[in-house]
Design a protein around this ligand. Structure first.
Ligand code: HEC
Length: 271
């Protein structure tokens, strides 16, 4: 009994303090909906391709994606680029490498390369961004939370893609009471998880990226497409995972039916 009580105390302390472990933004993320939500949600290939274009034309100037290889863009469950397209788009990137004398050189990207950082190293990246390091974006939608509360996250997910969307659409004019504290080279964004001042200049605006499929390209559209793309980079096997889960459920349902039939047969004489 005593043991049970101490386990309960430890568990409730964990729940109470887990909320304090990470920083919270001034405002919760905007509740924008995505096609890949829910147990049957899938990625929208067109949207992933548009999101890639936003990343390539805008975000790649500052952010790497070191866990994503160009060849992944042709993988099942992803944006569905062909291998020829992947080869061509990899070649538009410069990749840091060593030549056969061991000297650092930049060469043209190959499908097997990973999305490189545009900077030589972290110090160079910080120097170019007012001292702040642009984080790698491969897993960003898994490492940021749009909203808080254990129950809320259980029902609605952690809101990573919504966080990215809200951050990109959340640059606002600073309220008067904080305007005097504005640090040099920082921008007001109440959706940022590390306080209200962010070192990233507003990267997107209406009409900045023109989509090949003629889809709308207001700031909100561009932000939503790139947030969806970053949800895919963080969980490229999501569709496979959901499909396997569904198949397991069907298997278990059939098995339960069979077991019930067997049970009735075995016990028939006794009842
Ligand atoms: C001019 C360089 C630059 C561009 C272009 C840029 N960013 Fe950033 N980004 C930064 C910097 C610098 C930071 C770190 C900000 C800080 O810590 O104050 C950052 C931070 C972020 C963060 C993390 C915020 C957090 O919670 O820590 C996300 C997400 C992000 N950027 C997404 C994007 C996306 C998506 C794009 C393209 C649409 C983009 N960025 C374009 C420089 C850039």
């Amino acid at each position: 009994m005593k043991k049970l009580a101490s386990i309960l105390v430890a568990a409730s302390a964990l729940v109470a303090f887990s909320g304090l472990a990470h920083a919270e933004a001034e405002k919760s993320a905007k509740p924008v909906g995505f096609s890949f939500e829910g147990p049957f949600g899938t990625f929208d290939k067109g949207q992933l391709q548009r999101g890639y274009k936003v990343y390539k034309e805008v975000c790649a100037a500052c952010h790497s994606m070191k866990f994503v290889a160009f060849r992944n863009l042709a993988d099942k469950g992803g944006p569905g680029f062909t291998e020829a397209q992947v080869k061509a788009l990899a070649a538009t990137f410069k990749v840091h490498d060593l030549n056969d004398k061991g000297e650092a050189v930049d060469r043209v990207g190959l499908p097997s390369d990973y999305f490189p950082s545009p900077f030589a190293n972290d110090d160079a990246a910080k120097a170019a961004n007012g001292g702040a390091l642009p984080p790698d974006l491969s897993l960003i939608t898994k490492s940021r939370e749009g909203w808080h509360g254990t129950f809320n996250q259980l029902v609605n997910g952690i809101g990573g893609p919504q966080y990215v969307y809200s951050l990109l659409t959340g640059f606002e004019k600073e309220p008067e009471d904080v305007a005097k504290d504005k640090p040099d080279g920082k921008y007001y964004n109440p959706y940022f998880q590390n306080g209200i001042w962010i070192a990233m200049p507003p990267p997107l605006s209406d009409g900045q990226v023109t989509f090949d499929d003629g889809a709308p390209n207001k700031l909100e559209d561009e932000a939503k497409d790139v947030a969806a793309f970053l949800a895919w980079t963080a969980e490229p096997k999501m569709e496979e995972r959901k499909q396997v889960g569904f198949e397991v459920l069907i298997y278990l349902a059939i098995l339960a039916g069979l077991l019930y039939g067997v049970k009735r047969k075995i016990w028939a004489a006794i009842h």
